[in-house]
Design a protein around this ligand. Sequence first.
Ligand code: HEC
Length: 153
Amino acid sequence: MKRLTLQIAWMAGLLLLAGCGGSGGEDQNKAPDAVPALASPLDAGPRAGEAPVTEALVERGQGLFKTKGCSACHAFGQKLACPDLKGVTMRRTAEWMENQILHPEVMTKDDPISHQLLGVYMKQMPNQGLTQDEARAVIEFFKHKDHELGVIP
Ligand code: HEC
């Protein structure tokens, strides 16, 4: 089991590397369907970006993304030392992202997708102490951003 997890993390690493410097084609924004062992109970159902954006929360979310330190590690359309958040709302459900933001230290242990990301980036996302409302505002900002970037049609 452990070996399988490692193998999957390794394959995902290759996929990420392959995507690096690409033209931002569509497949980069989707979870690699070819990797089967990643079913996460939190990631079942429609992608976050399929729901309409609650525009009233976008500005607050954008502000929090800076003031809560997220922008030190994450960018959109650019991979710093952490996952590129361009397309994240079409990769994940809102529930999965909310949990990742509120309990990253639990997610990397218990959630298969988050655990895989930890294996790829070799870095633990810190808990930035957001409230649930704040996390939800940030997610609305992500959805807004994916519309702006053309990831969500
Ligand atoms: C110190 C760097 C760091 C900071 C600060 C940080 N993150 Fe992360 N984030 C990561 C890493 C690394 C991962 C991959 C999971 C892991 O290894 O912990 C991640 C994963 C994620 C993911 C999932 C990405 C995907 O492709 O599925 C989201 C969403 C996210 N972070 C949002 C945030 C938000 C919102 C904040 C601010 C409240 C934040 N992060 C702050 C490093 C960081």
